[in-house]
Design a protein. Sequence first.
Length: 233
Amino acid sequence: MGQASIERLRDYLGQLPPQAQALLMREFERAIERGEDTAVASLVLEQLRRIVRGNEEDTRPRTGDPARWLFRPLEPFLAENNLPVRMGQIRRASLPPVWQWLARDGAPEQAREFEDALAATGDDPEALEPAIRKIQAEAAEAIIKLTSSAGDKQRALARVGPPQVVEDLFYIGSLLEAREALDTLVGRLPHNMRSFGAADAANVAVRALCGGAAPDCALAGHPYRHQDGGVRR
C-alpha cells in the first residue's frame, strides 16, 4: 500500500469514535492470532495504535520521554527504520510500541511511577538514575515473563505490536535484564583498539565477569584459555 493510501486509511480511522477504534483493534488482534490476513491486520493495527497514542499524548502533560531513558542501554544495538536488521540488532521502531504495552498492560503502575519521577526530576540524569534502573529491571521482568510463558500466548503478544515488534521483544527484555553486565563490559573495554580479535574478546569477557581481577580469577585457568590469556583455537 502506498503512502497516500495509508494516509487516507489513517484519516478514516481517526474519524471513528474511540469505542469503534477499540473494537477494531480487538478484532484485528484476534485475526492475527488466527493467522488471517496478518499483513492487512498488522497495517491497520499499527495505524490505530498511532492514533490512540496521539490522543493519549494530547491529553497527558508533557514531561520528558520515558521510553528514551528506559531503552538507553539499547542504543548500540538499534537499527534505523530504513536499514535492514542484522543479527544482534533491534529495530528502533519497535521501542515505542513496547513502551506503550508496558504502560498499558505489562507494568502500568511501574510505568506511571517512572513518569512521575521523570516529571519531578526535570530530566536530571543523576537524580533520575535510581528510577531508570528500577524501571529497566521491572520492564525486563515483565517482558521475559510474557515471552517465556508456557501455553498459547499469541493473543498477549499481539497486544504488544505487529510481528516485527514481537520478534524484537525477547531481545529487548534480555538486554534490559543484562544492563549491569553491559555497563561492566563497556567499562572494561580499552579506550583505543587497533584490532580486536578472539583473544581480546576473551580477556574482556573474563575481566567483566571477574570484576577486573582476571589474573586471580578462577576463569583465568579455564581449560579453553592459554597461559598468555588467549583462546585455544
